[in-house]
Design a protein around this ligand. Sequence first.
Ligand code: FMN
Length: 224
Amino acid sequence: MNKKTIIGIIIAVIIVIAAIVGYMMLGNNEETSTNRQGTVNNSNTQTENTTTVENQNKTENTNTSSNGNNILIAYFSETGNTEKFANIIQGQIGGDLFKIEPVNPYPQGEELFDYTKEEQDNNVLPEIKETVDISKYDTVFIGYPIWWYEVPQIIKTFLNQYDLSGKTIIPFNTHEGSGDGGTYEYIEEQEPNATILEGLPIRGGNMESDQTSIISNWLNELGF
Ligand SMILES: Cc1cc2nc3c(=O)[nH]c(=O)nc-3n(C[C@H](O)[C@H](O)[C@H](O)COP(=O)(O)O)c2cc1C
């Protein structure tokens, strides 16, 4: 072998080694990038998972702290004020809404006054349109407007129809000057085996402006 041939072989060997090293480095890089991607993906997945779990926990916690699953917000509302009140309660603590409606709708306008006065004077208990499975709930909010200084007759139907023994009742109402009109005491008398928490009366006219903070303070005081 002459000198040229030996140099040629050495160059060929160097080229082959360089090619192998180059190939290996490329392979490693690809692997690394795959790994990184994997890691990034994994960490993304983990982050997503963590967030989901946190969110789930938050939802669970909210439900647990407010007992949202066990809360019924039953209300009667003829002109919408008490309904707004009920919706705000639900927005704050969750729970199921149950609208108490008469099978036969009340007359509108001036006629409503004579009709309801007579209904009260004759102690008529109007039938409620829908029913609710009360056994699902531990806490029952009961909302209504003051009618003729009392609870509307349909609220009396509700109290007669459902066994609220052992449950926690929270009354709330709207009015135009009577406050709660002694109706919270009336509910207490009607439901001696329930725990009645402090209710909140709000003037009907005030429901035109946002009453969320007043309602939310009251709910906080009650421990929701
Ligand atoms: C037939 C009738 C009787 C009412 N009687 C009283 C009353 O004795 N004291 C009072 O403060 N407000 C009384 N109001 C006013 C309502 O309590 C008030 O407008 C309430 O916000 C209406 O609620 P709603 O929109 O949920 O039906 C009476 C309203 C009606 C229609």
